[in-house]
Design a protein around this ligand. Structure first.
Ligand SMILES: Cc1ncc(COP(=O)(O)O)c(C=O)c1O
Length: 538
């Protein structure tokens, strides 16, 4: 095999070309002056600049590095799998461990620009129609943290949809922003919250002195999509940016029969949980800024993203984002076509099961619902005599059916962009039929069926002050009337029932306790069983 000779003044070494980094770094160039030329390894023909959406520059660069069998005198300590626990090696396989490569590796995310990493983010921005896109390794949660930190550069007051995800509230705590909460439209029949109306947003912005922007959720956990065009017009008329938490909508950009995605409808900063429906690895997500954002400086967003990010981002997560973007951009339309069709058939079959109904496009047009995402199968279970919690447990026992979300009245099954939705739909419907057969629709479900969720407590102080200020821990029963120093968010769906700074009510504590008893979990609380609550010392 041809060898590369490097003659230094005092010694000489030989390297096989495969062992030499693909991109000559400056150091190699300097060495090259003393000795022979460094290896030239051709880049994949479609990169840079070419290949369009079918290229995966970052993933390819990882694979090229792994294929060279490089001397890994760097972290992680498993060294591409050689030092890994045998169980892990067997479970996730050597190819995955070989691709676990640290940041700041020449030819991957440092070196001549655009690096493969930069190029991958550019391709993602192009695919979603963004001005700039960041790959995130701490989920859409990181996107919400960064969004709030970026807004906080402009001032202190922000308008926030009250049923925002708990990560938005964490973003308020981190940034110190003072929220004006706006209630979403509540569905009195189903007992679930939908989106914000433009009028509610306008009123909240107008009563918030010094507002620097607003953040809303669309689609919701249940698939309701907001009128983002009207919401962004409301914000823009006031010269303010609209942030949209589109964690559940990364796929919307890839099929014309789906609701239009937030960037296309005027949003300025969009949080996208790519792993949820498009199918990158869990914990990977993206943050997009519009091409011509109102009131958002991309360089400020960049600082904010860095602040809430590990210095050791997982290349596996990042590589999966590069691949998921290609999958969505190249194959998404065809895959979604199939999935949308299969979901329509599944919906019709669910409706045939006694006691069940499906929340679907009939939702669109209800207050706070502009459109509906058909990839969410939200099933109304009130006619079965069981709660969603009970039905979810039955489905698990009977058919190993594991749902994304279950609440009092509704259960939600999530379908991915490109999975075998027809087959999975049949499996779900069969399990629902079997579960339904053992239920008594006349049974009292133990609670007033249409009871709305308890109203939110009064916001007595800012979330950051309450979270960081003097506090004490009380038994839950003694905490009624006190100001919470922590969030209480029954999961799923993780929408906070109590925020730091809000007064605790008996009804809300009871509601959260009940969710726990039914098998839910609690996020934000220091006592995850809610025996005690951390409150502000008054
Ligand atoms: C609306 C919304 N935003 C943000 C998130 C956080 O996403 P991730 O789990 O990717 O951090 C979720 C998670 O369920 C969500 O529902």
């Amino acid at each position: 095999m041809a060898r590369l000779n490097l003659n230094f003044d005092k010694f000489s070494i030989e390297l096989e070309p495969a062992l030499v980094a693909p991109e000559p770094s400056d150091a190699w160039r300097r060495l090259g002056r003393m000795g022979k030329r460094v290896a030239q390894v051709a880049r994949p023909p479609e990169w840079p600049g070419g290949g369009g959406q079918s290229a995966t520059p970052y993933l390819d660069a990882l694979r090229a590095y792994a294929a060279r069998d490089p001397g890994r005198f760097h972290v992680p300590g498993h060294k591409g799998g050689d030092g890994a626990d045998p169980g892990l090696l067997e479970a996730i396989g050597e190819p995955a461990l070989r691709l676990d490569i640290p940041a700041l590796t020449p030819g991957i995310d440092v070196g001549p620009e655009p690096t493969p990493f930069q190029r991958a983010q550019e391709l993602a921005a192009e695919a979603w129609g963004a001005g700039r896109t960041w790959f995130l390794i701490n989920g859409a949660s990181q996107g919400n943290h960064a969004a709030m930190l970026a807004l906080a550069h402009a001032g202190e007051a922000v308008v926030v949809q009250r049923n925002a995800h708990s990560s938005t509230i964490d973003g308020l705590i981190l940034s110190g922003l003072r929220p004006t909460f706006v209630a979403p439209e509540l569905d009195p029949e189903l007992g679930i919250a939908h989106c914000l109306t433009p009028d509610a947003l306008a009123a909240a912005l107008d009563r918030t002195q010094g507002a620097i922007g607003a953040t809303v959720v669309s689609p919701t956990y249940f698939g309701a999509v907001a009128d983002v065009r009207a919401l962004s017009a409301v914000a823009h008329e006031r010269g303010l940016p609209l942030v949209v938490d589109e964690a559940w909508g990364a796929h919307l950009a890839f099929h014309e029969d789906l609701p239009e995605h937030a960037l296309a409808r005027g949003a300025d900063l969009v949080i996208s949980s790519t792993h949820k429906v498009v199918g990158s690895l869990t914990q990977s997500a993206m943050l997009h800024v519009a091409e011509k954002p109102v009131g958002i400086d991309p360089d400020v967003v960049d600082r904010a993203v860095t602040l809430v990010e590990s210095t050791s981002p997982s290349s596996l997560l990042l590589g999966s984002l590069d691949a998921a973007r290609r999958h969505a951009a190249v194959d998404g339309r065809r895959l979604l076509e199939e999935t949308i069709g299969a979901m329509a058939a599944t919906r019709a079959a669910v409706r045939e099961v006694p006691g069940l109904d499906v929340l679907d496009e009939r939702l669109a047009g209800r207050p706070g619902v502009y459109d509906y995402d058909p990839l969410r199968l939200a099933v109304d279970v009130r006619g079965t005599g069981a709660t969603g919690y009970e039905l979810a447990a039955l489905l698990r026992d009977l058919g190993d059916i594991n749902l994304e979300l279950f609440g009092e009245n509704v259960i939600v099954a999530v379908f991915g962009m490109g999975e075998r939705a027809a087959k999975l739909g049949v499996r779900l419907v069969e399990a629902l039929r079997a579960a339904g057969a053992g239920l008594d629709p006349a049974r009292d479900r133990g609670r007033e069926q249409f009871a709305p969720p308890p109203p939110w407590g009064e916001l007595a102080m800012g979330p950051r002050e309450a979270f960081l200020g003097p506090q004490e821990v009380l038994p839950a029963a003694e905490a009624v009337g006190r100001i919470a120093a922590e969030s209480l968010a029954a999961y799923p769906p993780g929408v906070p029932n109590v925020l730091p700074g809000e007064r605790l009510t008996a009804e809300t504590l009871d509601y959260v306790q009940r969710a726990l008893e039914q098998g839910g979990s609690l996020r934000g609380a220091s006592d995850r069983r809610l025996r005690t609550v951390r409150v502000v010392a008054e």
